[in-house]
Design a binder for this molecule. Structure first.
Ligand code: ADP
Length: 264
């Protein structure tokens, strides 16, 4: 985490907080399947955006486009001061790599290296990507482990941890690269119900510390409590966006109402 992040507290974002992320005209197809049909939204710095919506509506694809794990077909995405126009193809590899380095992704499954200890899992990315000194990185990794409540698991292997603990290591691993933006793709959906809370709690802490986060989730209560903005995705568009009170508490579209009725 950068010093800027550390010093922020979650009174942010004010309406005047600058946008960290701007997405405009985002389009993505897989073969004949036109999955994203023109997505527009912004994410103010230091805020939490959750993306909700039915299965297959394009939520994960939006998130993957923010990290260029899926390269958009068209549209422009700005993260920080780096804008990438995906309509002007091909996007140069160096630009794509710089773009990817701005966000950290936490997946449904933790994807930890099974033969590496917890701390080695966290060190792997920074050691390879950032080429910084190991001693300094170990200090940072230990601090991250404290932050996700797993200091005592430092030298254990992933199979010795519960699913919730593994997912918390996954979060620490993404944080270790000090991204500007944290992306979460249904981070609790593969967990047993009793393990969901501990992961959401870590995410709530990150929000309080001022991390900018975009979270695809079915955890509507989390969205209500933690999000500053909720996007309702449906059929490859953002049908409705606003505060949790607006989108969850007082949805305008019949599709949003129907979706929420099933969840609440
Ligand atoms: P959601 O997260 O809302 O469930 P997704 O973004 O995962 O939706 O998927 C939206 C649509 O895109 C689905 O029809 C899915 O099958 C399709 N899709 C997603 N990723 C791929 C891929 N890599 N190749 C082909 N089709 C994909």
């Amino acid at each position: 985490m950068t010093d800027t992040h550390a010093s922020l507290s979650k009174s942010a974002p004010t309406p005047s907080a600058p946008d960290l992320v701007t997405v405009s005209g985002l389009q993505k197809s897989f073969g004949d399947n036109h999955v994203l049909r023109g997505i527009d939204f912004t994410v103010p710095s230091g805020s939490v955006t959750t993306i909700i919506g039915p299965s297959g509506s394009g939520k994960t694809t939006i998130l993957r486009c923010l990290n260029a794990l899926d390269v958009p077909d068209a549209g422009e995405i700005t993260i920080g001061d780096g804008a990438v126009d995906f309509s002007a193809r091909p996007v140069p590899r160096t630009l794509l790599k710089r773009y990817q380095a701005q966000s950290g992704m936490v997946f449904q499954g933790h994807n930890l290296f099974p033969h590496k200890t917890v701390i080695e899992n966290i060190l792997e990315g920074p050691l390879i990507v950032q080429k910084r000194g190991r001693d300094e990185l170990v200090v940072e990794a230990e601090e991250l482990l404290r932050q996700v409540g797993l200091a005592e698991k430092r030298d254990q292997y992933p199979h010795q941890l519960s699913g919730g603990q593994q997912q918390r290591v996954g979060i620490a691993r993404a944080l270790a690269l000090k991204p500007l933006l944290m992306l979460f793709d249904e981070p609790t959906s593969a967990l047993d119900p009793e393990l969901v809370g501990e992961v959401l709690e870590v995410m709530r802490d990150l929000a309080t510390q001022g991390w900018t986060m975009v979270v695809v989730t079915h955890e509507i209560r989390f969205a209500q409590k933690v999000a500053n903005q909720v996007l309702f995705a449906d059929g490859g568009t953002v049908l409705e966006k606003g505060t949790p009170a607006e989108v969850i508490g007082n949805p305008k579209h019949a599709r949003t109402k129907q979706f929420l009725r099933r969840l609440l």
